[in-house]
Design a protein around this ligand. Structure first.
Ligand SMILES: *[C@@H]1O[C@H](CO)[C@@H](O)[C@H](O)[C@H]1NC(C)=O
Ligand SMILES: *[C@@H]1O[C@H](CO)[C@@H](O)[C@H](O)[C@H]1NC(C)=O
Ligand SMILES: *[C@@H]1O[C@H](CO)[C@@H](O)[C@H](O)[C@H]1NC(C)=O
Ligand SMILES: *[C@@H]1O[C@H](CO)[C@@H](O)[C@H](O)[C@H]1NC(C)=O
Length: 463
């Protein structure tokens, strides 16, 4: 009752403003929204002090000393509802300036105010960049959506909020995919301070939420109980690079559209387990710090990562906030996961049906295109020396479960079967009666021993 009408009154006092007639949000004719329509401002009385307030309100920095070349500008169409604006220059918003009703009489030349602010899309010199974050959520990839504009954090109102909008946020935060259906509104604790955005309507191609259509910054008819919450599928994407295969290497995390590294402070085997499980690479065998697989490039996204080992994804482990660290790339974390190929039901551990671990389960390889070159790669990968044969047609019995690979084409130099050219994982036109196998020479570990024995015998003979 009284509270809400008071609130409505407060809202009606805010003065939404925009600059129109140019390609930039930070240059153009000054327009104020009143009674639902955009009205121009009379050039009489408009001065540098008012321009300073408006540029600041729009998050566009300071006004340039040089006015727009065409200023003062003729208003387009009807010059209705012209207003005079008188500011001292210190005001935070136009709403704190003196606004006088204007009309054709008080604004005789019909010349309207224009302003040329430094900024361009909120990214001009001296401006804090646009930023996004999820606050007050149970985990890193869920929470109340907050945007930073002109150095101040604020929330987003859920009027017109859609799954497409959420998808743009996901893309920008690099935190998996948006969860929930259109119309579902995840809620978190209401925010405080500004409500920066309302009526956001993304088309889906935007790189950043700030490029989506929305009302003028700071203009809305909402309360914090309508703050947008976002739940992302979570796992910030991860990868292992610069190693012999996709299950060994330097750990990198994808966040804010950029791959970055993880610092080895507090890093341990539990973290490696989480990484290997998330990548479908089996168990983590070792957690290595000190940039064993080379130094990455900036950013260093995570530091002080402490996993219990039970997390489904690295981004659910405890860590300092994204990008906050006291590390150099000499401390980049690497991970080695379990070898992800095995040989089943052969006469020795170096022959059998080829099975490969992917996406959490063991599956087989179809024999279409299977030949000695591929067998060489497998034998080397499992540490069994060179290949003797590449049996086809389920020679070692039929496997069960997925047929992970088909039409494998290896050059022979690959360090792992998964690095050969393959049709996409799990897509094939085979049955398990076509499961591929290999026979390898034997444990390559034996060769140094055999060589050692030979040298020993030769020495004995010579002596
Ligand atoms: C994302 O990166 C851009 C620069 O590429 C930066 O301006 C922006 O602030 C970053 N956003 C977040 C959420 O870190
Ligand atoms: C991986 O496994 C999950 C569930 O086990 C399944 O939903 C998903 O489709 C699988 N992905 C592939 C590429 O097979
Ligand atoms: C093992 O391979 C033999 C053929 O060498 C086959 O007859 C048998 O069914 C296989 N067993 C399993 C469990 O795959
Ligand atoms: C195996 O197949 C690949 C691709 O079809 C081919 O390039 C390669 O020469 C073949 N290797 C042998 C030993 O036939």
């Amino acid at each position: 009752g009284a509270f809400s009408s008071c609130f409505t009154l407060l809202l009606s006092l805010t003065v939404p403003a925009r600059l129109s007639g140019s390609h930039s949000q930070c240059q153009g004719r000054v327009e104020l929204l009143q009674a639902g329509t955009w009205a121009s401002v009379c050039a009489v009385g408009w001065d540098l002090a008012a321009a300073r307030v408006l540029c600041r309100q729009l998050g566009c920095g300071r006004p340039r000393a040089v006015p727009l070349p065409c200023s003062p500008t003729k208003a387009e169409g009807d010059v209705v509802g012209l207003r005079q604006v008188l500011c001292a220059g210190q005001e935070l918003d136009l709403e704190h300036c003196e606004l006088q009703p204007g009309d054709a009489v008080s604004c005789p030349s019909k010349h309207v105010a224009a302003v040329n602010c430094e900024g361009e899309h909120g990214a001009g010199p001296g401006l804090a960049p646009f930023r996004l974050r999820l606050a007050d959520g149970p985990r890193r990839c869920a929470g109340r959506l907050e945007v930073q504009r002109a150095g101040r954090w604020g929330t987003v109102c859920d009027d017109g909020w859609s799954r497409t909008n959420a998808a743009v946020v996901c893309q920008e935060l690099g935190c998996g995919e948006a969860q929930g259906l259109d119309g579902e509104r995840p809620r978190f604790k209401p925010g405080v301070g500004r409500i920066w955005l309302d009526d956001v309507r993304c088309r889906g191609q935007e790189k950043s939420l700030q490029d989506c259509a929305h009302r003028v910054w700071g203009y809305h008819d909402c309360t914090h109980h309508e703050d947008v919450g976002v739940v992302l599928s979570g796992p910030a994407q991860i990868r292992l690079v610069n190693g012999p295969d996709s299950c060994t290497g330097r750990l990198e995390v994808f966040y804010n559209s950029t791959w970055g590294t993880v610092c080895d402070d507090h890093w341990n085997l539990a973290g490696a387990r989480v990484v290997c499980r998330q990548l479908g690479c089996g168990m983590g065998l070792s957690a290595i710090g000190g940039a064993r697989y080379g130094r990455g490039k900036d950013p260093i996204w995570l530091d002080n990562v402490q996993c219990t080992g039970m997390e489904a994804a690295l981004s659910e482990c405890q860590a300092r906030p994204w990008g906050t660290h006291n590390c150099g790339h000499g401390e980049d974390v690497s991970v080695v996961c379990e070898i992800q190929v095995r040989l089943i039901n052969g006469s020795s551990s170096c022959s059998g049906r080829v099975e490969i671990f992917h996406n959490g389960s063991w599956g087989t390889v179809c024999d279409d295109g299977w030949n000695m070159t591929a067998a060489e790669v497998v034998c080397r990968e499992v540490g069994c020396g060179s290949a003797l044969s590449a049996p086809v047609g389920a020679t070692f019995g039929q496997g069960t479960g997925e047929i992970w690979l088909d039409d494998v084409t290896c050059a022979g130099t690959e360090a792992a079967l998964s690095l050969c050219q393959v049709s996409s994982w799990g897509s094939h036109n085979c049955g398990h009666r076509e499961d591929a196998g290999v026979e390898c020479l034997g444990k390559s570990d034996f060769f140094p021993i055999r060589a050692g024995i030979c040298v020993f015998i030769i020495i004995i003979i010579i002596v």
